[in-house]
Design a protein around this ligand. Sequence first.
Ligand code: SF4
Length: 343
Amino acid sequence: MEEKKVIAGMDPDMLAIHLATAGIDERYARRLLYWVYRRGIRSFSEPDDIPVRVKSALEERFITGVNPPVSSVRSSDGSVKYLFGTAGGLSHETVWLPEGRRMTVCVSVQSGCRMGCRFCATGRDGWRGNLTAGEIVNQVVGITDPFTHIVLMGMGEPGDNIGEVIRACRVFTAEWGLAAGRSKVTVSTVGVTPAVRRLLDETEVNITLSLHSPFADERAEVIPAERRWPFTESLELMQEYDNSRRRRFTVAYVMIKGKNDSGRHLEELRRLLHGTGIRVNLLPYHPLPGDSEKSADEKTMMQFRHQLVTSGVGASVRRSRGADIAAACGMLASGGTTRKRKG
Ligand code: SF4
């Protein structure tokens, strides 16, 4: 028997085609997407505005693709880390971060990652597989927490799964999808140049470039992708982009004591970013097991921020969240599969 089609991840046109093929009136496409994306239905028995005979036909040929997390753990600061599993047995983590009225869901785009960034637990574990658009979307729809912002900054590199990431971003921002608002969705990347170009051309979401060092040789030691896709290419694309719609472009800068927190680094950051409109987000470093490096202290980070801001480069310091449950930046590592979780 033919495998059932997963609705999560689809857009109205795609779903209409699949409905028509199944002999179901394609005009149900948008109504179904409303129930899947806005109401998070797991079964077609739930909608009260779809005839029973249509529901039966749907049950035979489709599944909603909305699945709850396998487990969760709550931080003392209120953030929650969720573990999800895919039908293929791949695990991935999602973090919900409440901060006043802002509630952010940080989603994964891959199970593991093959970019091998040195400061990242996900990179150390290696790559196990790509998530589909539906599996990315499910991390927002499959939890019951409310959200105001969605960031694609969990496990995996969006540029290494860009087709599915773009489809998921459309679901997040479209009126027929989650209608999150384009300014509320951010994709974070190490700067896979062709993928950044596609994000700029095919979506309207914000983009964060993980920089780490403004010097290419130093950056390549920590982010090996630099050797293939120099960060300057992504910065150029952002600068050349006609930003009349005021998309937010940011550089994420994880600060490590004695490594990238010197006056020399500050000067080069200023030189690179002055007049570009690209902001800097300074982040504390979370040492991984066996790591001798430490985060820059708060005073150094605040001074960095001050110097950047007074020279005309927008900058902020991000507070650490969820470190006690290994949910802070660079700490996600769910192990191999949901069946073989390291804990
Ligand atoms: S920082 Fe991002 S791109 Fe680098 S290894 Fe970790 S998940 Fe992959």
